[in-house]
Design a protein around this ligand. Sequence first.
Ligand SMILES: *Cc1c(COP(=O)(O)O)cnc(C)c1O
Length: 422
Amino acid sequence: MPMSPEFKERLSKIVQEAVEAFGSPFHIYDETGIIQTCRALNNAFAPIEGFKEYFAVKGLPNPTVMALLKAQGFGFDCSSVPEIALARKIGSNADDIMFTSNNTTREQLKAAMDNGGSIINLDDISLIEKLPAVPDLLCFRYNPGAARQGNDIIGKPEEAKYGLTREQIFSAYEQAISLGVKRFGLHTMMASNELNFQYMIDTADMLLALIEDVSRSLDIRFEFINIGGGLGIPYTPNAEPFNLEGMAGGIIRSFEKFKAKNGWVPKLYMESARYITGPHGVLVTSVINHKNTYRNYVGVDASMSALMRPGMYGAYHHIHIHDKPESAPLKTVDVVGALCENNDKFSIQRQLPETQHGDILIIHDTGAHGHAMGFNYNGQLRPKELLLKTDGSIELIRRAETMADYFTTLDFEPRTITPGQN
Ligand SMILES: *Cc1c(COP(=O)(O)O)cnc(C)c1O
């Protein structure tokens, strides 16, 4: 089931006033729900010493929300230098930042190691020689290839651009040892929006088996394994929630077995985004038009620049209309934005209660990979972000883009070159 009944209840009390005070559209995040999920995750994995979640910044790169997560003990998984800058801005230090990039440059590696540093997670064996210095701790990203089935969304590991092969993994750690690296981690990211918890246990088992082999053959120990993110959330009304207890139980057993067999055990790191904040955010948008042609359209004041998932992946986001009685007559409609792209639709042929001009639509589960995927195509400006706080107040945590923002990159020193004459 999308969006918790508690959040729905909290939101329904304040959404009208929020629209009046701040203007629609906006994404609004629920501090209470986010903190509950953080605590549930930390509790579930508490038996594993040194468990730590590195929230994948790309899901919700807002420093106010990131500060909340940091207060719950989370670190941050960053894949670009600006994401590292965000994590540092809220006071994260080297151990709190995992730099998981791919197709990486020397300059990016240097930026990740300078100014306090971060945990370097290399996506390829060829990147070892691009390191500006020898880090104390080094991690590699593993891609099991044909040894593992991918999941529907992320695709087959063999076809994925990420990670090192099994053979390369052995030689990568060997090279790292000879360079003088002292501490080691192993990472993988196998799934996206995966609701089958057994898949996550299998991923942890896969990494544990691999570090067992590598540590035997190279006589090293691993400080951590990072099983990536990809825990799913129920976007559709019939989907079951992810079984966090089931996942944690299985992984805890695997860690116990590993310890009994090897006499030592790594720490467990994870880097989910969707699971942490996804269900705790919604896009609030107002009805501005009705158009009845070959289909019935409900035009709203947000467009896919505020939420790209439906247009990009055909993803389902549940929608309800604020303050509509259950008994309101239903109508089959497409809910559309203003972009000149026919996939600018938040839902297609959805049964929704009949709407009036000014009705407020709540588009569920936009707390991760929502605002962050926004763009400016067609002169669309990204909406604001609000936080519904535990004390009931509503805080603006990012303003909407303005025309001035749209024009900022046109403000530059004029420059023309004539090729051949430089
Ligand atoms: C996107 C991403 C994540 C987070 O994915 P979710 O599906 O939101 O959990 C974690 N790690 C890496 C490397 C990613 O690219």
